[in-house]
Design a protein around this ligand. Structure first.
Ligand SMILES: Nc1ncnc2c1ncn2[C@@H]1O[C@H](COP(=O)(O)OP(=O)(O)OP(=O)(O)O)[C@@H](O)[C@H]1O
Ligand SMILES: [Mg+2]
Length: 265
C-alpha cells in the first residue's frame, strides 16, 4: 500500500516586502525567501532540511505549519488544499501540525507554570473536558517525555534547557499531532543532552507514527533523524532524496561544500 502524504507542498514561493512607498504603499522592493519548493511528507517519516543560514528553511516550515501564507503555491493536508478547508478542518490541521523551536524557554510564556502551559492546548481543543482530565493526560505525557512530575509547579525559567525542551515536546505531543516541525530543536543544548532529545523524538515517532520536518544546520544530526533530505540554497531546493544517498553521494557542488564544512566545524 502506498504511504499517505500528510503534507504536500506544491511550488511554494515566499516573497517578503522589504520596502514600500511611504504614501502609496506600492511595493518598491521585495526579497524572495523561497523560490518554488515542492515536496511531500509521508506518515511516520522524517524529512530533513539542510542549508546555509538564510536559505529559507524556517520559512518553509512556517508555511507548511500555517504560521505564514505562501505568496504563491499551495499546501495540501491529507490531499486537501488548506485554502479550501472548512473552519473546523482548518482548526484540526493547525492542531495536527505542531512546532518545536530552538529556544524552548522563548517559546513558552514565562508567567505560567509548566502545568498551565500544557493544559491550555488540551482545554482549548476539547481534548480534555476539565482540569482534572487534563491533569491526567499531562502526567502521562510528562513521564513519557522523561520528566519528573515535580516540574509541573515550576516556571520555564526555573528548569534547565534540556528539561524545557522535553516539556516543549510534551506540549507538542499532547494534542496528538500528525506532524511536528522541529526547527533546530537541539542546537541550543549541550551535546550530551542533544542525543537524549534526538533519541526521545525517534522513540516517539516509532510509537505514535508521527512525521517530522527536521530543520538543522548540523548535517550529522539531520542524517541521524531523516529518511529523506532536502538541500536548500538561497530559497531553492537544489538536491533531494534518500538521506544516505544525498550525504554519501552528493550531486551538487553546494551540497558537497556543505558536507565538507560540516567536517571542519
Ligand atoms: N519577515 C521577513 N521580512 C523580510 N525578510 C525575511 C523575513 N523573514 C525571513 N526573511 C529572509 O528570508 C530569508 C530566509 O529566512 P529563513 O528564516 O527561512 O532562513 P533559514 O534557512 O531558516 O536561516 P537560519 O539557518 O539562519 O535559521 C533570509 O534571508 C531572511 O533574512
Ligand atoms: Mg531558521
Amino acid at each position: 500500500m502506498a504511504n499517505k502524504a500528510v503534507i504536500s507542498a506544491v511550488n511554494i514561493r515566499k516573497e517578503y516586502v522589504t520596502k514600500k512607498h511611504f504614501i502609496t504603499g506600492k511595493i518598491k522592493e521585495k526579497y524572495v525567501a523561497v523560490k518554488g519548493a515542492s515536496f511531500e511528507i509521508e506518515e511516520g517519516k522524517t524529512i530533513g532540511i539542510v542549508g546555509e543560514s538564510g536559505s529559507g528553511k524556517s520559512t518553509i516550515g512556517e508555511i507548511v505549519g500555517g504560521l505564514q501564507e505562501p505568496t504563491y503555491g499551495n499546501v495540501f493536508y491529507y490531499g486537501k488544499n488548506i485554502k479550501d478547508l472548512s473552519e473546523e478542518e482548518y482548526r484540526n490541521y493547525r492542531k495536527s501540525v505542531q512546532f518545536i523551536f530552538q529556544d524552548p524557554k522563548g517559546s513558552m510564556d514565562p508567567n505560567y507554570k509548566i502545568s498551565d502551559i500544557l493544559s491550555m492546548p488540551l482545554l482549548t481543543t476539547d481534548i480534555a473536558k476539565n482540569k482534572k482530565e487534563a491533569g491526567k493526560i499531562i502526567d502521562k505525557m510528562l513521564i513519557r517525555a522523561g520528566l519528573d512530575l515535580s516540574i509541573k509547579n515550576k516556571y520555564p525559567a526555573e528548569i534547565s534547557g534540556g528539561q524545557c525542551q522535553r516539556a516543549a515536546i510534551a506540549r507538542a505531543l499532547i494534542v496528538n499531532p500528525k506532524l511536528i516541525i522541529c526547527d533546530e530543536p537541539v542546537s541550543a543544548l549541550d551535546v550530551s543532552i542533544q542525543a537524549q532529545i534526538l533519541n526521545l523524538l525517534r522513540e516517539l515517532q516509532k510509537e505514535l507514527n508521527i512525521s517530522y520536518i527536521f530543520i538543522s544546520h548540523d548535517i550529522g544530526v539531520v542524517n541521524y533523524m531523516s529518511d529523506t533530505i532536502l538541500v536548500m540554497n538561497n530559497g531553492t531546493i537544489v538536491e533531494s532524496g534518500e538521506a544516505k544517498n544525498v550525504l554519501l553521494n552528493p550531486k551538487e557542488k553546494y551540497t558537497k561544500k556543505l558536507i565538507e564544512s560540516a567536517f571542519l566545524e
